[in-house]
Design a protein around this ligand. Sequence first.
Ligand SMILES: Nc1ncnc2c1ncn2[C@@H]1O[C@H](COP(=O)(O)OP(=O)(O)OP(=O)(O)O)[C@@H](O)[C@H]1O
Length: 230
Amino acid sequence: MSPVLEFRSVSAAYAGAQVLQDVSFAIEPGETVGLVGRNGAGKSTALLSVYGVPSVTGEILVDGTPLGRRRYEPSSRGVSLVPQGKRIFGHLTVEENMMLGRASRRKGQWTTARLFELFPNLERGRSRPGTALSGGEQQMLAIARALMAEPTLLMLDEPTEGLAPVIIDQLVTAFRKIQETGTALLLVEQHIGMIQKVADRYLALRKGELVGSGPVADLANREVQELIAL
Ligand SMILES: Nc1ncnc2c1ncn2[C@@H]1O[C@H](COP(=O)(O)OP(=O)(O)OP(=O)(O)O)[C@@H](O)[C@H]1O
């Protein structure tokens, strides 16, 4: 089987300012990979490169086939992003926000009923404006919306940022349930504790370059931590 996502010598720049340099990696079906690195290392830029937000050179493949430049192509081909900052629409209800994910028109396993089982708080708030939810619930909503697109790879950009430990534990439980469905996860996190709990492997970026990768257990190793300067 081809990787669900592959970067081949990807470089990315904003208005001529180089951010990623010659980055290559592959995410295999069903695995969970943590992308770590300090502030400004280029983690978000790596995720946004899939959407052609920075200008990108090199090749990005989904299921072994190069990705074109259309903004909606990743989601229609099974790659969904939960962006940093969640981007919940306040003029839409919780349920309407979830339905936006359906725009990918992919067939699959996720229904609103199953997502309400995964995140019961969303069912209780289903008719409320999306932004009336707490920060943690909005993160759950952003994840539910991304799952509605029936991804084979779910990419999440700092999903635990600013959330209380009790909410983070609920997200860890949800990630485990999502993993059981065979969905691959690419998780950007500055806090390695989360990566250590849910990921199989890590990739480490420093100043736009991939400087390390390996089993997640290696993140406990001081030399690895120094290499990526966590
Ligand atoms: N839209 C943009 N235009 C210009 N430069 C940008 C833009 N977005 C990010 N950058 C720059 O690109 C570099 C990498 O940023 P990026 O957000 O990818 O890092 P990150 O590893 O995700 O860090 P953070 O944890 O702070 O989000 C930074 O120097 C940042 O200032």
